[in-house]
Design a protein around this ligand. Structure first.
Ligand code: NAP
Length: 248
C-alpha cells in the first residue's frame, strides 16, 4: 500500500512539467490524482494515462487560471469527480522575464493573477473540501532567495506564495493541515527545449551538483511533505534548488 492510499490529491498544472512529475509521483504513492490543466487537454490526458499505466488512478480537470471566477470553475470541475481533497498542490504558474524598467503593467497583473491570486482563491474555495489532516503544498521558486533582476515581478509572485504558506500554516494547524512551499531552482521542462548547449551548461552550474534539476527532484520532496512522515513540518519554504548559491 502506498503512503497516500485512499487519499485524493489535486495538482494544478499537473499536466506538464514539474506538475506532471508531482502528479505521477503522488499517483505512485497511491493517491487518486486530479490532473489540472489550463488549455492543453491532450497533455493532461497523457499524464492521466501515464499514472494509470503505472497502476494508479487519476482524472483530468480543465480550468483557466488568472481570470475572474477561476477558483470556483476549477472546484466545480473537481466536484464532478471527487467529494473532497487531502492534498492540494498549487503548482500552475507562468514566468515573466523583464527587469524593473522593462515590465509592462498588463504583464505584471497577469503574472500576479496566475501565480499569486489564483492559489489564494483556490485555497479559499477549497477549505471546505480539504479534509482535516490534509496538506497544502505551494510551488514557489529559488528566486525568492537568490536575486534574479531579470525576473523581478515573477519573483515577487513567489514571495507572496511564501507569505501565504507561512500565514496559512498558522491558521490551519488546529485542523492538522500542514502548509509548505517547495522552491525549485532551474528544472528541465519544455521551457528549456531548444536552448543552446552552452546556456544549459551555465544553468547547470548554478547547482552545487552541476546539473539541471528534473521534475522528479521536486516531486520526491513534495511526496515527503504530502506523506504522514511530513506531519511535523509546516509553514516552511523547502529549498529545492540543488544547492544553488550556497556560498563561495
Ligand atoms: P510548465 O511546464 O509551463 O507547465 C505549466 C502548467 O501549468 C501546465 O500544466 C499548464 O497547463 C498550467 N498552467 C499555466 N498557466 C495556466 C493558466 N493560466 N491556467 C491554467 N493552467 C495553467 O511549468 P513548470 O516550469 O513545470 O512550472 C511549474 C511551477 O513551478 C510554476 O509555478 C513555476 O513558477 C514553478 N517553477 C518552475 C521552475 C522551472 O525551472 N521550470 C523553477 C522554479 C519554479 P496548460 O499547458 O494546459 O496551460
Amino acid at each position: 500500500m502506498g503512503t497516500l492510499a485512499g487519499k485524493t490529491a489535486l495538482v494544478t498544472g499537473g499536466s506538464r512539467g514539474i506538475g506532471r512529475g508531482i502528479a505521477e509521483r503522488l499517483g505512485r504513492d497511491g493517491a487518486r490524482v486530479a490532473v489540472h490543466y489550463g488549455s492543453n487537454e491532450v497533455a493532461a490526458k497523457e499524464t492521466v494515462a501515464a499514472i494509470e499505466a503505472a497502476g494508479g488512478s487519476a482524472f483530468a480537470i480543465g480550468a483557466e487560471l488568472g481570470v475572474p471566477g477561476d477558483a470556483a470553475a476549477l472546484w466545480a470541475e473537481f466536484d464532478k469527480h471527487a467529494d473532497g481533497v487531502d492534498v492540494l498542490v498549487n503548482n500552475a504558474g507562468i514566468g515573466l522575464y523583464g527587469t524593473i524598467t522593462d515590465v509592462q503593467e498588463a504583464d505584471y497583473d497577469r503574472v500576479f493573477a496566475v501565480n499569486a491570486k489564483a492559489p489564494f482563491f483556490i485555497v479559499q474555495e477549497g477549505l471546505g473540501r480539504l479534509r482535516d489532516g490534509g496538506r497544502i503544498i505551494n510551488i514557489s521558486s529559488g528566486v525568492t532567495r537568490i536575486a534574479f533582476p531579470i525576473t523581478v515581478a515573477y519573483s515577487m509572485t513567489k514571495g507572496a506564495i511564501n507569505t501565504l504558506t507561512h500565514t496559512l500554516a498558522k491558521d490551519l494547524g488546529p485542523r492538522g493541515i500542514t502548509v509548505n512551499a517547495v522552491a525549485p531552482g532551474i528544472i528541465d521542462t519544455e521551457a528549456l527545449d531548444g536552448l543552446p548547449a552552452e546556456q544549459k551548461t551555465g544553468m547547470a552550474a548554478y547547482s552545487t551538483f552541476n546539473r539541471i534539476g528534473r521534475p522528479s527532484d521536486v516531486a520526491d520532496i513534495v511526496s515527503f511533505v504530502a506523506s504522514e512522515d511530513g506531519r511535523w513540518v509546516t509553514g516552511q519554504v523547502i529549498d529545492a534548488t540543488g544547492g544553488s548559491a550556497l556560498g563561495v
